[in-house]
Design a binder for this molecule. Structure first.
Ligand code: PLP
Length: 478
């Protein structure tokens, strides 16, 4: 590949787009500029490779391909078959899974496919049969209740939201909270760690149909062997949502008891977080569930996005290269350097550290809410997100935590020294921010006071740190 192939590709693409709607071309340019300039610590984001990004912008987007490889409801899908089969093969080989379904458009969609596959596999219900024929979207509220009665044991046990679980693990704002009666397992109030005895106790009492492992904001390894034993002891299906840490499984940082693939009946993931692929999802399972999983489209998904499956094939091929192992190891080393750096400077971290790609700062230690801390950091050029912490006194909106993660900065080339410098910047901002007051003099959970001089100085230091690690260095848009 010639040295300036990436620049040429993007310059030409923007010229073509700009000729039709220059404001879109300008917004794309601005997005690259903004991403280049921000110190991105959002644990769920990353930077996909130019090859992955380019695989999405083409005529595959024009093709309908409902069905599965070699068995489509539309003619002319031979090239879609090629990319879907390739993406599935790479996923199987990368994760050592017997079966891979790469059509889900997102992590939520992958979870829906998995839930429905488990229900359809385990439950013989006339209402379910009707639902399959009529399409679930047409069910009325009354149908849902009838369906639920007939399905019987629709219970899901997953990690609580404030302990780091995800909305799709049975919580009300998501359809999973309407499909399932939900019970949560939390973490030990002292250590912040999953207490497997408590999970086993909850499983014995609640007898879930599905036990869910996986998280969005838990900074530690999870022992999937123990969770599988718990699931088996109550006859539950064990599902793992590895959306956040798929890159660490792919990069062989999580092995043995901590690798979900050999232990779970079904595993779901996103492809765009630590895995560094396009936005999308996938499902991995054994042959028992494969047939139901394949019904994902049109059961719960719209037509597959062949352009995204092409990009998944590229990204998964990248993740199979030996250097991805090094990348995954560096993500964790960097997260630990960031966590250690913060704690050495006096920050309080949930569980006292991390052994994955993320850490959670308990910002009540700085006298702040998550909302205040998030905004103060943003003013200083540091992009994070506020997040609930276990037993959060400030609820899910204001929160008491800041979630920070290292996949994106590791992609940029940051090492442990730069993450320690990042810890210094974060600590400086948080220790120099104080809560604001409302007009009536009461304490505000949103307003804050930060000397603009401090924000500017930290912003400049963050920008200096980034200068040494250019994002997409081969791309010059001119
Ligand atoms: N599952 C987990 C554990 C997640 O953290 C997320 C996203 O944050 C999802 C599922 C949903 O992924 P998506 O946004 O691609 O639907």
């Amino acid at each position: 590949m010639s040295a300036n192939a990436e620049s040429t590709a993007y310059r030409s693409a923007l010229e073509v787009i700009g000729a039709v709607e220059p404001r879109v071309a300008n917004a794309i340019r601005a997005e690259l500029a903004d991403q280049r300039e921000s110190l991105k610590l959002i644990a769920s984001e990353n930077y996909a490779s130019p090859a992955t990004l380019l695989a999405m912008g083409n005529w595959f987007s024009d093709k309908y391909a409902e069905g599965t490889v070699g068995r489509r409801f539309y003619a002319g899908c031979q090239n879609v078959d090629t990319v879907e089969a390739l993406a599935a093969e790479h996923a199987r080989e990368l994760f050592g899974a017997p079966y891979a379904y790469v059509q889900p458009h997102s992590g939520i969609d992958a979870n829906l496919v998995a839930f429905w596959a488990v229900l359809a596999d385990r439950i013989e219900s006339p209402a379910l049969k009707r639902a399959q024929v009529r399409h679930v979207n047409n069910l009325t509220e009354a149908d849902w209740f009838a369906l639920r009665r007939e399905l019987g044991n629709q219970r899901m046990l997953g990690m609580s939201l404030d302990a780091g679980g995800h909305l799709t693990h049975g919580f009300r704002p998501n359809i999973s909270g309407k499909m399932f009666d939900q019970r949560s397992y939390g973490t030990d109030p002292e250590t912040g760690l999953i207490d497997y005895d408590r999970v086993a106790e909850a499983a014995r009492e609640f007898k879930p149909l599905i036990l869910v492992g996986g998280y969005s904001a838990y900074p530690r390894k999870v022992n999937f062997r123990i969770l599988r034993e718990i699931a088996d002891s109550v006859g539950a299906t064990f599902m793992v949502d590895m959306a956040h840490f798929a890159g660490l499984v792919a990069g062989k940082v999580f092995t043995g008891d901590f690798d979900p693939i050999p232990h779970a009946h079904i595993v779901t993931s996103t492809t765009h977080k630590s895995l560094r692929g396009p936005r999308g999802g996938l499902v991995l399972c054994g042959p028992e569930l494969a047939e139901q999983v394949d019904r994902g489209c049109p059961m719960v998904l719209g037509g597959p996005l062949p352009q995204v499956m092409a990009a998944k094939a590229v990204a998964l091929a990248e993740a199979r290269r030996p250097d991805f192992v090094d990348y995954a190891e560096r993500i964790v080393a960097n997260a630990q350097a960031l966590a250690d750096g913060l704690q050495r400077r006096g920050a309080k971290l949930v569980t006292g550290g991390t052994d994955n790609h993320l850490a959670l700062i308990d910002v009540t230690g700085y006298g702040l809410t998550g909302r205040q801390a998030e905004q103060a950091l943003l003013d200083s050029g540091i992009v994070t997100n506020r997040n609930a912490i276990p037993q959060d006194p400030n609820g899910a909106w204001y929160t008491s935590g800041i979630r920070i993660g290292t996949p994106a900065l590791t992609t940029r080339g940051f090492g442990t020294a730069e993450l320690d410098a990042t810890a210094e910047l974060i600590h400086t901002v948080l220790s120099r921010t104080s809560p604001g007051t409302n007009a009536d003099g009461t304490a505000s959970k949103a307003k804050y006071v930060l000397d603009p001089g401090v924000a500017d100085r930290v912003g400049k230091q963050a920008s200096d740190l980034l200068t040494g690690f250019p994002l997409y260095p081969a791309i010059d848009l001119g």
